[in-house]
Every structure is written in C-alpha cells, then in structure tokens.
Design a protein around this ligand. Structure first.
Ligand code: FAD
Length: 471
C-alpha cells in the first residue's frame, strides 16, 4: 500500500454526475480538496465521442453513447451553456417510416405514426391514461402513490396488453420502450415506468423529437466534452484515471477508499456516481443497508448497442425522408434469429453537415444478435436499413457498432431499470446517504432520471448534501 492521500471529499466515477458533483463542490468552496477516482482510462462514462471517417475522407465526431438533449432538460442545458458549448437541432424534416410486425413499410409526417383510425384513437387513449396515472406518481417518493403496490407488481407489458386494443400500437410502444430503456416491457415495473415519465414531465417529452423533448437537440462536437471540460475546471490532478475503487471503509471520523491499484484515499465524505449495479463490485465495511443492496440486486442495466453509419450523400433527405424510422426488428435476414436487429433509426448528420444514420439494437434483440458474429450483425443492419431507405445504405464511408454491455464498469445501457416489486426501496436505496457516503448518478435523479440532465441534477444534490457537512 502506498502512502495515504488525505482529502476532504472523494468522488467515485468521472461520468457527468460525478464531475458535476466535484465541479459544484469546487465552485462553492475552492479550498476543499476533492479527488475524483475513475476506473476507466477516460472521463465521460456513458458518454463517449468518437471519430469516424466521413464520406469525403476527412474525420468528424459522433456520439456513440448519450447524445440528445432537450430544452426542458434545464440542468444539462445550463451546464452546456456554462461550459461554452453549443447545441443544434436534430434534423426531423421530411417523411418518417415505420415497419412493425409483418406490416409493409408505412410513411407519415406528424408526431403520431401512420396508424389506422382505430390505432390513432387507441394511442391517444393510452397516452391520456398514462398521463393521468403518472401525475399521481411523486418523483421523490414514487411508492407513496395510492396505486403503488398494484402498479409495482405489474410489468409495463401487462399494462400495454391490457390497455391497448390494436397490435400496431402495442408493437410501436414495445419497439420504442426497448430503445428508451434497453429492456423488454415484460422486464420492468409499471410503477418505475410511470416514475420515469413523471421525472421527464410526461411521456411525450420522453419519446418526442421536438426541441423541448429528449431527442430534440445535439451538442456541437459531442457530449463527452461536457465531462472533459468539467474535469479541467475541477483542477489539475483532481481527476485520477485508471483507479477502480474496490473497497470503502467507514470509520468514526473518516472514510478510507482503496483502489485496485492499491492506493488509499482518506476523506471526510464520499460521493458515489457509478451505475447502481457497479456498487455490487465494491466491498463495503460496514456493509450497505438492505434497501441499497436490494436496488443493486434488482436494478439490472439494459442492453443497448448503438450503430453509427456515415455516408457521402444524405440519400434519405434527397428522397424527402427525415431518416427517422421505427421498427420492431422486421423480418430476420438469417434463419438463426427470430427478427431483424433494429429498433429506432434517426438522422445523425454532424454539425459540419457530414451525413450519417444512427440506429439501435436493443434489449432481447441485442442478446439474440450478440450470438452472431459482428460481420453478420453488420450485414443484417444494412439489409434492414435497405428495406427502409433503399440500396444506397450499402455504400457507407464508415460503420461502428458499440456493445455497451461489454463496456467495463458500465456493463449495459442506457440505464439501470427497476424490476417489478422493487419500487418500495427506490428513494432510500438510490438516494439516501449512508452515514458519510452519498449517492449521485443519473438513476438517483428526480428530474430527467436516466438522462445526462438527471446525472447533473443528482451530482448537484449530492454535492449540496456533502457541503453541509464539510464546508
Ligand atoms: P456514468 O456515465 O455511467 O458514469 C459512471 C462512471 O463511474 C463511469 O465513468 C464508470 O467507469 C465509473 N465507475 C464505475 N465503477 C467504478 C469504480 N468501482 N471505481 C471508479 N469508477 C467507477 N442520455 C441522454 O440524456 N440523451 C441521450 O440521447 C442518451 N442516449 C444514450 C445512449 C447510449 C448508447 C447510452 C449508453 C446512454 C445514453 N444516455 C442518454 C444516458 C446517459 O448517457 C446517462 O444518463 C449519463 O451519461 C449517466 O451519467 P452518470 O455520471 O450518472 O453515469
């Protein structure tokens, strides 16, 4: 063991949440010694900006993790402005496409998919019902709503099957929730889903791509810059990379944090800003209280692979298409898989105008397609896209697929979701401090939980808790 590093606060995890906490501590009291310990060799966590070859041979930046922001996500929008970064609007002009079940490809221009008249009524009724239900779910204490027990026992799938009349609406909601949450609706607590919608101010802000919605805007140059810039502002040497925390011991007047590199950090308070399941890989003395253990065990990460494909020409725009499409896999191009790999597809043209498409392989489709080689997945992705946009999709400049379930210290995406029967412990399990330990991370947020904005909100909240004790 090397010599002990003494500090005021240790923050574990240099994603947006941990760095927001450290930055807030630094802004409020620059005399505090704050150390951020990050397991990976980079900051940003579930945000990562990569370089890809463009259609004209140059290189440009794309987000292979968290990407979109919306104007109602005030915490992340304020941070983006404060850091001197800029946003630009998601391209949505033109016709959208939809291919569900065995239906032919259909096109539409409005926010609402091109359903039959019964389907449109069905969807409107569903959205109204969800809106009424989620308004009764308090974001701080979701389990205090009158129907909490009933809704927590029920899966989102049971609710969808019970409430909706038409297969087209069921298929489209299932496809959307797969990409949004990385899980099947049959794997998630209905109460968690309603809480998630409440934290976003409703279901429409979650699924829409208007400027105020979750998919409304992108960050010029990529979202990983948010963490990179915050890390610089927190101070030279304050963020230590390649330092996985393996042990945390609370003693009478301090906390000892040990890393896998055998370094020991001694501080007054500790903020955790890691995905909930990652807490399960750390040895705690004394052990974590049961509500926290329960959430660690029953909040698995979803499966979400993100695919970005760059092109010389935006052939979809030339054809009057927005690039947006929803499918629930479609027909499988190979016998080994039950359906095609894709869910949601969007235009991903960069701020410099380099054309690209982004799509997702989510949930059980990700698991099924993970059994195939990367080459087979790539040809299936391109074949599925060709069914929507034509043969031009094969003429790509660059192609990347990131499997977030293989990402060390993250192990899934986009978030950790609550299984049925867990919600009684959500607020205590994810947010409540345990003596000198405080808990941030997007999953603990009450506004835009699961999003980059929620990561900032949770980081700020944990920093304020700590300031009360150390400043
Ligand atoms: P993380 O970013 O997960 O950061 C946690 C950090 O803790 C990581 O750096 C990890 O390495 C580190 N860590 C873990 N264990 C340890 C340990 N033992 N010791 C030290 N460090 C440790 N959000 C949006 O707002 N818009 C989107 O469009 C969007 N799309 C997404 C698409 C994908 C493919 C993914 C993956 C995510 C997406 N999200 C999106 C979600 C968003 O990225 C996350 O909500 C946000 O980045 C989470 O930040 P965080 O700091 O809470 O956690």
């Amino acid at each position: 063991m090397e010599s002990i590093v003494e500090c005021d606060v240790v923050v574990i995890g240099a994603g947006i949440s941990g760095l927001s906490a450290a930055w807030m501590l630094h802004k409020r009291d620059a005399s505090l010694k704050v150390v951020v310990l990050e397991a990976k060799g980079r900051v940003g966590g579930r945000t990562e900006t990569i370089k890809l070859k463009t259609g004209n041979g140059s290189m440009d930046f794309w987000d292979i993790g968290g990407q979109w922001v919306g104007s109602t996500q005030t915490h992340i929008i304020d941070v983006i402005k404060e850091l001197g970064l800029a946003t630009y609007k998601q391209f949505t002009d033109g016709t959208k496409l939809m291919q569900l079940g065995s239906y032919r490809v259909r096109s539409y221009k409005s926010e609402i998919p091109s359903f039959s008249l019964l389907g449109v009524l069905d969807l409107a009724r569903f959205l109204h019902k969800v809106e009424q239900m989620r308004k009764t779910v308090d974001v701080f204490e979701p389990f205090e709503c009158p129907e909490a027990k009933e809704w927590d026992k029920m899966t989102l799938d049971t609710f969808i099957q019970k409430t909706l009349w038409t297969e087209e609406c069921k298929d489209s909601l299932i496809a959307t929730s797969r990409t949004m949450l990385g899980c099947e609706p049959s794997q998630i607590s209905l109460l968690f889903f309603l809480f998630y919608a409440s934290a976003a101010g409703g279901l429409m802000p979650l699924i829409g791509n208007q400027e105020q919605s979750a998919q409304g805007m992108k960050v010029e140059g990529g979202t990983q810059q948010i963490s990179q810039k915050m890390a610089k502002l927190v101070g030279e040497g304050a963020v230590l990379l390649n330092q996985p925390v393996v042990k945390v011991t609370q003693l009478a007047d301090h906390v000892d944090v040990t890393t896998a590199t055998n370094k020991l950090f001694r501080s007054k308070r500790v903020i955790f800003a890691v995905p909930p399941p990652q807490l399960g890989h750390i040895h705690f003395e004394p052990g974590l209280p049961y509500p926290k253990l329960n959430m660690i065990k029953r909040m698995p990460m979803g499966h979400l692979n993100k695919v970005i494909i760059t092109y010389k020409h935006a052939f979809w725009k030339t054809a009057g298409l927005s690039g947006e499409a929803v499918m629930n896999g479609g027909p499988s191009p190979i016998a080994e898989c039950s359906c095609g790999p894709l869910g949601i597809i969007m235009d991903a043209t960069s701020v410099s105008g380099n054309p690209a498409l982004v799509s997702f392989i989510a949930s059980d489709q990700a698991v099924e397609w993970a059994l195939q080689s990367a080459d087979k997945r790539k040809s299936a992705v391109l074949k599925s896209l060709a069914d929507l946009f034509g043969e031009d999709v094969f003429d790509c400049a660059d192609y990347i697929e990131k499997e977030w379930s293989h990402e060390p210290y993250t192990m899934g995406a986009p978030i950790a979701i609550a299984s049925p029967g867990t919600m009684a412990f959500l607020s205590e399990g994810l947010r409540k401090p345990f003596d000198k330990l405080h808990f941030a991370g997007t999953e603990s947020a009450t506004q835009w939980c699961g999003y980059m904005s929620g990561a900032v909100q949770a980081g700020y909240r944990a920093a304020m808790e700590v300031l009360y004790h150390v400043s």
